[in-house]
Each structure stands twice: as structure tokens, then as C-alpha cells.
Design a protein around this ligand. Structure first.
Ligand SMILES: N[C@@H](CCC(=O)N[C@@H](CS)C(=O)NCC(=O)O)C(=O)O
Length: 207
């Protein structure tokens, strides 16, 4: 099938972000579970993602890796789901802004803090995220303006950035600020999130 969607994942991974996005899109897809250290590093999968990491998506003859890129691709490939402002729309800029902010500065700042890497204050002007505090403050402001990150509609930016916030609150790598908690409660109440979670829990039960 030319446009088949194949989702490569492990239920204990960032693949959960893509599970949620796929459920929001509502198109049929096939899931292939990869195991850490074995099938994830086998030649067959390295041909799909040389990083040997999940998630990855095959859409027809095209491969997309990186959870944020997969979310953005799916939103554009299935515009009927209404998960991205169309190109040319004035909200397309802010949509890119929060997707990239979450995949770049947020991911880096949170990972570095979790692993104890400290950026010397005099180098904050050089490192892309500045400081963990500045990233938290900026994201807090972004989720405080309305129900969603972009305009008044839920988008793929909420799936991706919201997942970072949800994981962060769960693993305590994010500060439990009320704005993050309220935003996460709001977006994780979506039926597609519940469906994705149930699918991932079922995959975990099989492991
Ligand atoms: N930047 C990638 C990160 C993917 C990633 O690090 N995945 C982890 C699981 S959450 C993984 O596959 N680790 C296996 C390994 O590196 O061996 C994305 O956002 O999709």
C-alpha cells in the first residue's frame, strides 16, 4: 500500500508522543515494536533510523524520524484533522515557534538539568537555551495565555510540547508550576490521549 503508515516505537519511549499524534490524526497505521539494544540496533532498523532510536514513522516510501518532526509531518499530511495552521496562515509562525522551542531549548535544558550538566552563567549567552529558568519562564508564559499554545485551537505543537510537560511533571524534571499542571490536565483529557495511553499500556503488558 503506497501510503501505509508504519510506526516504529517502544511503549517506554518518546514514541508515546507519536502514539498520541497518530490517535489525533485518526488514520489507520501499523505498529512495529523495537526492543532496546537488540532490534533497535539491528541493521534492518538502522536502515530506517541510523540513530537506532525510536520513534520513527514510515509513510509510504518516506521515513520521518524525530518526534517533533513526525508530529509536524502528520499534521500537514492529514490537514482534515485540523492540527496545524495551514501554510500562509498568520498562526503558522507561532506554531513553528513552539514546536521548535520544545524540541530544541526545552528538551536540551531539561535533559542537561536531569543529568547534572551545569552551564556556567557566563556561557548562557552562547548556549541556545540560555538557562533552565529562562526556558521554564518562557514556556510558562506560553501555556498561560489561553487554552492552547497557538491561537484558540489544539495543534500538533500541543501534542509535542504538552508531552514534554507531561513527561516532565511525571518524572519531576519539570517544576510543578500551576500553569504547567493546568495546561497538562486540560490537554491530557482529550480522548485521543486516552486511546494512545491504553494502546501503549497494552504493549507494555506484553513486554
Ligand atoms: N530526538 C529523538 C530522541 C529519540 C530517543 O532518544 N529515543 C530513545 C527512547 S525515548 C531511544 O530510542 N533510545 C534508544 C537508544 O538510544 O539506544 C526524538 O525526539 O525522537
Amino acid at each position: 500500500m503506497a501510503d501505509e503508515l508504519v510506526f516504529y516505537t517502544n511503549p517506554r519511549s518518546r514514541g508515546r508522543i507519536v502514539s498520541w499524534m497518530l490517535e489525533e490524526i485518526g488514520q489507520p497505521y501499523r505498529t512495529e515494536v523495537l526492543d532496546y539494544g537488540t532490534t533497535m540496533k539491528a541493521p534492518a532498523y538502522l536502515a530506517i533510523n541510523p540513530m537506532g532510536k525510536v520513534p520513527a514513522l514510515r509513510h509510504g516510501d518516506m521515513v520521518v524520524t524525530e518526534a517533533a518532526a513526525i508530529c509536524a509531518h502528520l499534521a500537514d499530511a492529514f490537514p482534515q484533522a485540523g492540527l496545524a495552521p495551514p501554510p500562509g496562515d498568520r498562526l503558522r509562525g507561532p506554531y513553528y515557534r513552539w514546536l521548535f522551542f520544545a524540541a530544541g531549548p526545552v528538551e536540551a535544558a531539561v535533559s542537561n538539568k536531569a543529568f547534572g550538566f551545569v552551564v556556567p552563567p557566563e556561557r548562557e549567552g552562547t548556549i541556545g537555551y540560555g538557562s533552565f529558568e529562562r526556558v521554564m519562564n518562557t514556556l510558562e508564559q506560553a501555556v498561560s495565555g489561553g487554552n492552547y499554545l497557538v491561537g484558540d485551537k489544539f495543534t500538533a505543537a500541543d501534542v509535542y510540547a504538552g508531552s514534554q510537560i507531561g513527561f516532565g511533571l511525571m518524572f519531576k524534571t519539570f517544576e510543578p508550576r500551576p500553569a504547567f499542571q493546568h495546561y497538562w490536565q486540560r490537554i491530557s483529557a482529550r480522548p485521543a490521549y486516552a486511546r494512545a495511553r491504553a494502546l501503549d499500556e497494552a504493549l507494555m503488558a506484553k513486554q
